[in-house]
Design a protein around this ligand. Structure first.
Ligand code: ADP
Length: 413
């Protein structure tokens, strides 16, 4: 079966097309600035070949149609017809109690629409694109793999806020957790790399948005994001955790209403807000090198928050076998990794980024798999906790979940 995985932003559409028999990626591409005028055309990659797509692109359905046209192009495409796509899987964010992996139906779309205030950057474009795709391609099943599903195993003491109980019972105010596909991938991959299915892993997904997850045996036990993806660590331009009572003071002093203040916290907070430079960590690192003290502070706060969560999760798990860094920042920023890992001798953690991996030592440690591109262990041989860099692959997780869900629908009852 071939599965198309869709990853949507408010003005972007990224996709991967997978052949699930071999779990190979047949094509990958992305379109940005949907619905906007832009100078440049954009590109999709099909079988390693770059192809241009003409602008403007009216909406997400038009973007998907263009990708399908490219994928079925007689000369360069990798599909003979659209019917070859067995299902489209979406890395959807939030539908409250309608979690798990679900066929997209009216109930799900209504829930995602109603609850858009929990994930305002994500739910609206997903709902719009899903509705458009259902109308345009009624024969292709659409599947939503909700980000919250992976965290359903978190015990109640780690998912309950100390809010009045009506908030919990009537409004479902609780820690839901996000980035499920990424953390699930890291759990599965670490089990493959080490040949162990009982590992205690602290997965640090550090990217445009960031979250940390404590996992045991590949199952989530606690995570940094709570009710909304705005919470936990500072995000690129979202605030992360803060005391909600600060809002009353700022409301009075600034004269702004709560919605405006919340919008500011969601769009002008986080790394952007602290640094005053950019929401992109590369720009902030460069500014800090040039002596910008706000940028320096933003880097320090971000690393300190990651360290604090790791400390919490070591306590939750009663120790850890591995800490894993993933996401654009986790994979690439040596500065953030070392700021996080320095000073953790209390758990015997030591890293050496420049150490070369020794295959014999890996074998002795029971590491069973050949490493894929970008994967490496950066802890020293005598570190009591292994530290890894493992590029995440959220799309393959969603593709697997989508295939399983569709097979259940199509298979014998
Ligand atoms: P998204 O969550 O949008 O998928 P990514 O996982 O690609 O984002 O992460 C984007 C972040 O990764 C940006 O803040 C970017 O600055 C950071 N990043 C990418 N490459 C590097 C690098 N070489 N050094 C430091 N940060 C990097």
């Amino acid at each position: 079966m071939k599965i198309l995985v869709a990853n949507l932003g408010s003005t972007s559409f990224k996709y991967g097309l997978f052949d699930m028999q071999t779990e190979t990626e047949l094509a990958r591409g992305g379109i940005d600035r949907i619905g906007q005028e832009a100078d440049s055309n954009c590109a999709v990659m099909i079988g390693g070949h770059r192809q241009e797509i003409q602008r403007p692109i009216a909406d997400h359905a038009a973007a998907v149609q263009m990708c399908l046209d490219q994928l079925t192009d007689a000369q360069t495409g990798c599909l003979s017809s659209v019917e070859e796509v067995g299902a489209v899987g979406f890395k959807a964010v939030f539908a409250g109690k309608l979690s798990g992996v679900r066929i997209v139906d009216d109930a799900l779309l209504d829930a995602m629409e109603t609850l858009a205030d929990v994930a305002p950057a994500h739910n609206p474009p997903y709902v719009k694109a899903m509705r458009q795709l259902r109308a345009a391609f009624p024969a292709i099943p659409l599947v939503a793999a909700l980000e919250t599903a992976f965290h359903e195993t978190i015990p109640e003491e780690y998912r309950t806020y100390a809010v009045p109980h009506e908030w919990r019972d009537m409004y479902d105010v609780r820690r839901w957790g996000y980035h499920g596909a990424s953390h699930r991938y890291i759990g599965t991959r670490m089990a493959q790399l080490t040949g162990r299915d009982d590992l205690k892993v602290i997965s640090c997904h550090l990217g445009g948005s960031s979250s940390i997850c404590a996992m045991e045996g590949g199952v989530s036990r606690s995570t940094s994001m709570g009710m909304t993806p705005q919470s936990g660590l500072p995000q690129n331009n979202r605030v992360g955790d803060m005391d909600p009572f600060a809002l009353r003071l700022v409301k009075r002093l600034s004269g702004k209403d709560y919605d405006t203040l919340l919008d500011e916290l969601a769009s002008q907070g986080g790394l952007l807000g602290m640094s005053g430079v950019s929401n992109d960590l590369r720009d902030i690192e460069q500014a800090a090198e040039r002596g910008n003290t706000q940028a320096e502070l933003a880097l320090k706060v971000y690393a300190a928050d990651i360290k604090r969560y790791i400390g919490q999760f070591l306590a939750v798990l009663n120790g850890a076998d591995a800490i894993v860094f993933t996401g654009g920042i986790g994979e690439n920023s040596t500065r953030i990794r070392s700021n996080v890992c320095d000073g953790m001798d209390y758990v015997g953690l030591r890293i050496n980024e420049s150490s070369v991996q020794n295959p014999e030592a890996s074998e002795r440690r029971g590491e069973t798999e050949t490493l894929s591109e970008g994967e490496r262990r950066i802890s020293t041989g005598d570190s009591r906790i292994d530290v890894w860099i493992v590029p995440t692959n959220e799309e393959i997780v969603v593709a697997r979940q989508t295939m399983n869900r569709v097979s259940r629908v199509q298979g014998p009852e």
